[in-house]
Design a protein around this ligand. Structure first.
Ligand code: NAD
Ligand code: ZN
Length: 357
């Protein structure tokens, strides 16, 4: 088993990575009180809920099965979690367990941040995207009809338990979407990892156990380092948003339905790379490498059908990275070296949108 620590100012928490962890007592070991509520969705429950609750038998263990889908990452669904906690009389010492992908993780994390002004929670991520990204770092949120992740909080989990065996049931398209976030770490700060991902593309696509675990470990290590240096995104944590400002606009445009988050991030990273080229920072050959690395996973590298420049301008203006009316973007100096800046020639953004719309 691999173990990493996310070291924060107030406390650290572990990330465990291995095949078969759900059958062990790791989750139980991080529950401090005598109540726990495992929250999952209707797709994951028949696959993995029993394996998780089996190890929690000595506690008051309640379960809540939510509908599946990003369209349910809403305040209305959050209320169902609070209703269940109240109905089963969960106190301030309860622990929520988020068993699922990023949607469940973000929502259960936010519920844990709010319930009785904050209770413990444990992340048990079941998608590649959640294992390498959303389960680590403490960002929690739900969507608002006018914008993604607009209502949320920072709330760190007690532990992250990554069982790589759960990826066996993950559909190919979801696996590829997770790879977009994996590739992101290479692009923003780890050029060797970017190259390693290219070299191991075939083994990763075949989901060989060792390289998949290695990719998860290296991704989590990158994320943990960034988060440890900037827990609440005052500075460099924003680098993790490479491709996300363009991507969120595309997700909002497609109604959170047609495109997966990782797919939108993929196209968004290509747009950010293109803009970096327009600014004279990134070389054409590197833009091609970025695009090819994503296309190899059949991820989108262009904007969705029918999305116009005006749609981008309008939706990107809503981004949380707008400060004093200025849109800050994550751009690339080169592969493995990103920066977040509002200081750029706005014509480069215009030319980028023209190239994609
Ligand atoms: P998701 O949670 O919707 O899961 C994708 C699909 O896979 C769902 O249908 C789910 O039921 C299914 N699934 C999950 N695990 C499975 C398994 N092991 N086998 C079979 N099917 C399985 O999507 P996601 O890509 O995991 O997460 C996307 C969300 O994460 C977005 O809402 C995004 O905003 C959020 N996110 C948050 C952060 C953060 O830092 N908090 C970072 C990145 C993304
Ligand atoms: Zn993301």
């Amino acid at each position: 088993m691999q173990k990493l620590d996310v070291s924060l100012a107030e406390r650290s928490y572990p990330i465990y990575i291995d095949r078969g962890l759900l059958g062990q007592d790791l989750i139980r070991g991080h529950v401090r009180g005598n109540q726990v509520m495992v929250v999952t969705n209707e797709t994951i429950a028949p696959l993995y809920l029993d394996a998780v609750t089996r190890g929690l038998g000595d506690l008051q263990c309640d379960t809540l099965i939510l509908p599946d889908g990003e369209q349910h990452k809403t305040l209305a669904t959050l209320e169902r979690i609070f209703d269940a906690l109240m109905a089963h009389r969960h106190s301030r010492t309860t622990t929520l367990v988020a068993l699922g992908g990023g949607v469940i993780g973000d929502m259960v994390g936010f519920a844990a941040a709010c319930y009785q002004r904050g209770v413990d929670f444990i992340q048990v991520p079941t998608t590649l995207l959640a294992q390498v990204d959303s389960s680590v770092g403490g960002k929690t949120a739900v969507n608002h009809p006018r914008g993604k992740n607009m209502i949320g909080a920072f709330h760190q989990p007690r532990a992250v338990v990554i069982d790589t065996a759960v990826l066996d049931t993950l559909p190919e398209r979801e696996f590829a979407a997770g790879m977009a976030e994996v590739i992101k770490y290479g692009l923003i700060r780890d050029p060797e990892f970017f190259q390693w991902l290219l070299d191991n593309q075939a083994a990763l696509a075949a989901r060989d156990t060792a390289p998949v675990a290695e990719a998860i470990l290296r991704s989590c290590r990158n994320k943990a380092e960034v988060v440890a240096a900037d827990e609440t995104e005052q500075g460099n944590r924003a680098l993790l948003n490479l491709g996300h400002t363009f991507g969120h606009a595309m997700e909002t445009f497609t109604g959170y339905r047609d495109w997966l988050h990782g797919e939108a991030v993929s196209a968004g990273m290509v747009m950010a790379a293109r803009m970096s080229l327009e600014l004279g920072w990134l070389k054409q050959a590197d833009l091609d490498r970025v695009s090819d690395s994503l296309a190899a996973w059949k991820l989108p590298v262009t904007a969705p059908e029918g999305m116009a420049r005006a749609d981008f301008s309008e939706l990107m203006a809503l981004d949380k990275k707008v400060q004093n009316g200025r849109l800050r973007l994550v751009l690339l100096n080169q592969i493995g070296d990103a920066l977040v800046t509002g200081e750029y020639d706005p014509n480069a953004l215009t030319r980028t949108l023209e190239a994609f719309c």
